[in-house]
Design a protein around this ligand. Structure first.
Ligand code: PMP
Length: 371
């Protein structure tokens, strides 16, 4: 199988990730819940992972790195911390349901800063027009459908000037593009551990800067006499026993990203996308490519010719090419791009793919959909 679905989860993990998980299953107990060797080892793994994440994302202190079970959990925590019923929240036109649904559930007024696909200036203008008086802003760094890289540092600057706290959804950029939390100077950045960071499913991170509100209450291994959750991070947001095997795997994933180099990963995914697109040309339908390659990461949508998207993905899957089709949990992004009715077929790339895999993926796609 040629796995071109890394935007969903990175299946092609470095071997050390699984090995670290298996080792943690045998050796690590509950971190912060005991002074014996195995509890200490577990605490060490968690601390090392916080340190590695803080280093990779330039977070001032390790305590600001909170473990979550995925990006959705991290985004819910951030939204719960900042947004109440009736609050107006500005979001980009490329947000995932992991942003839209929690805002809707919270009773927020969702104000979409709509702009055309791959239009950075238009996006900035749309945010600038809406920020005054907003309670918060949420913006994805990279669209999970089209790979559009949003001008997140400029949006953060606009938010800062307007006094509006910003939540960055880094689900598609963590481990794929450089992300400097200090330079962003935003309230939160949420990310999965299981995509670009190469960790296992069931892991995620929330980088925090400012006021936080817990969503879950329970044991934290600290201040046990108090009925309230501790006021300090990460304990405030980490109730219950941690996913230590998952965190052990995530630590190895982050180390892989660090040793490969995030700039190298970015270049690699971008060149795979361009190679794949050049091989396909317009043979099977319309590729949604940015005219400026620097505005698109390793995610590419196709509007196939003469065939429904789901059916196309089904045929590709049977032919050994793993892709995702439909709305990709992001109806708003499809609405923004005018593809809500059809959906798209999404191809996504990975530093774990070889050039030959990319070429073979393009060849099979042409053969299967070009008939
Ligand atoms: N935001 C974006 C942009 C995503 O692509 C995804 C994953 N598809 C999420 C949020 C949710 O991530 P998770 O599945 O880890 O909760």
């Amino acid at each position: 199988m040629i796995y071109l679905d890394s935007a969903a989860t990175s299946l092609l993990k470095p071997q050390c990730v699984g090995e670290a998980m298996a080792a943690a299953m045998g050796r690590c107990a509950s971190p912060g819940r005991g002074s014996h060797e195995s509890a200490r080892l577990a605490a060490e793994v968690c601390w090392d992972c916080r340190c590695a994440a803080a280093e990779l994302f330039h977070v001032a202190s390790e305590e600001q790195v909170v473990f979550t079970m995925n990006a959705t959990h991290a985004i819910n925590l951030a939204i719960h911390s900042l947004v109440g019923p009736g609050d107006r929240v500005v979001i980009s036109g490329w947000e995932h349901n992991a942003v839209v649904r929690p805002l809707h559930a919270r009773g927020a007024v969702i104000d979409v800063a709509a702009a055309p696909l791959f239009d950075r200036e238009g996006t900035l203008e749309a945010f600038a027009r809406r920020l005054s008086g907003a309670r918060a802003a949420v913006c994805t760094h990279v669209s999970n459908v089209f790979g559009f890289i949003l001008p997140i540092y400029d949006i953060a600057r606009l938010c800062k000037a307007a006094g509006v706290p910003l939540i960055v959804d880094a689900a598609q950029s963590a481990g794929v593009l450089p992300l400097d939390f200090q330079r962003l100077d935003c309230a939160f950045a949420a990310m999965p551990g299981h995509k670009g960071l190469m960790g296992p499913q069931g892991t995620g991170l929330l980088l925090c800067h400012g006021e936080t509100k817990p969503l879950l209450f329970g044991g934290s291994g600290s201040l046990s006499r108090e009925r309230d959750m501790p006021a300090f991070l990460p304990d405030r947001l980490e109730a219950g026993t941690q996913n230590v095997p998952g965190i052990a795997g995530l630590l190895e994933g982050i180390r892989y990203v660090q040793s490969t180099g995030v700039e190298q990963i970015e270049r690699c995914e971008r060149s795979q996308l361009r190679l794949f697109a050049a091989e396909l040309g317009d043979s099977v339908g319309q590729l949604m490519l940015s005219p400026d390659p620097s505005l698109q990461s390793g995610v590419l949508s196709l509007l196939p010719r003469d065939i429904d998207c789901e059916e196309a993905a089904e045929l590709l899957g049977q032919g050994g090419v793993a892709v995702r089709a439909g709305l990709h949990c992001a109806p708003l992004a499809h609405e923004s791009a005018g593809t809500l009715r059809s959906g798209t077929v999404r191809f996504s790339f990975s530093p774990r793919l070889r050039r030959d895999d990319v070429l073979l993926g393009a060849k099979y796609t042409k053969e299967i959909l070009g008939k």
